[in-house]
Design a protein around this ligand. Sequence first.
Ligand SMILES: Cc1cc2nc3c(=O)[nH]c(=O)nc-3n(C[C@H](O)[C@H](O)[C@H](O)COP(=O)(O)O)c2cc1C
Length: 182
Amino acid sequence: MNKKKIANIPFGPYITVLAGATVKGKPNYATIGAYGVVSQKPVLYISLKNTHCTTSGVLENGFFTVNIPSSGAVEKTDYCGTVSGNKVDKSEIFESFYDEAGNAPMIKECPVNYLCKVIQIIPIFDFTMFIGEIVAVYANKDCLENGRPNALKVKPTVLMDSGYFDLNNRVGSIFKTCKGSR
Ligand SMILES: Cc1cc2nc3c(=O)[nH]c(=O)nc-3n(C[C@H](O)[C@H](O)[C@H](O)COP(=O)(O)O)c2cc1C
């Protein structure tokens, strides 16, 4: 068998995203891998360490954003995951914009942005999982195909173990590839 048992920890892959919140009136962003969907309902979760600056902003306002950076922005993305808004002002790293549906900042430079209203909070270990209803979605016009974001244009950054990776090819189409057509 071409299998080896390795450490019981999550290695990924995940998509690298920037979680955003307003903290004391200013935008703050933290890089996270712990984000995802619970179903096809318009709901996303993020999981943030309790001591993060972003966590205090989500608790303060009841809103968070999920911003999908392109792999070309990996330097800024890594920086937002390396320094804390508790010590360094990260409000000027990206240009922010807002939607009237809720007080949390979105990043102009990120091709896809989700604004979420917190609907459930789950404490786990020293983290908090925020489950949020999606109340607004923005996408760069040049990343859309038939009105929907195209992964090869968005160029998300995949995170696995200690590395960042980009996406190169489309290898199939949902519900079609099984029938031999892409
Ligand atoms: C690639 C990467 C992924 C990360 N994933 C998470 C995560 O899923 N949850 C989390 O709480 N922190 C995560 N972090 C750590 C935070 O981004 C980091 O501690 C950041 O400084 C917190 O910023 P803040 O205090 O301004 O909110 C990650 C960092 C990196 C570089």
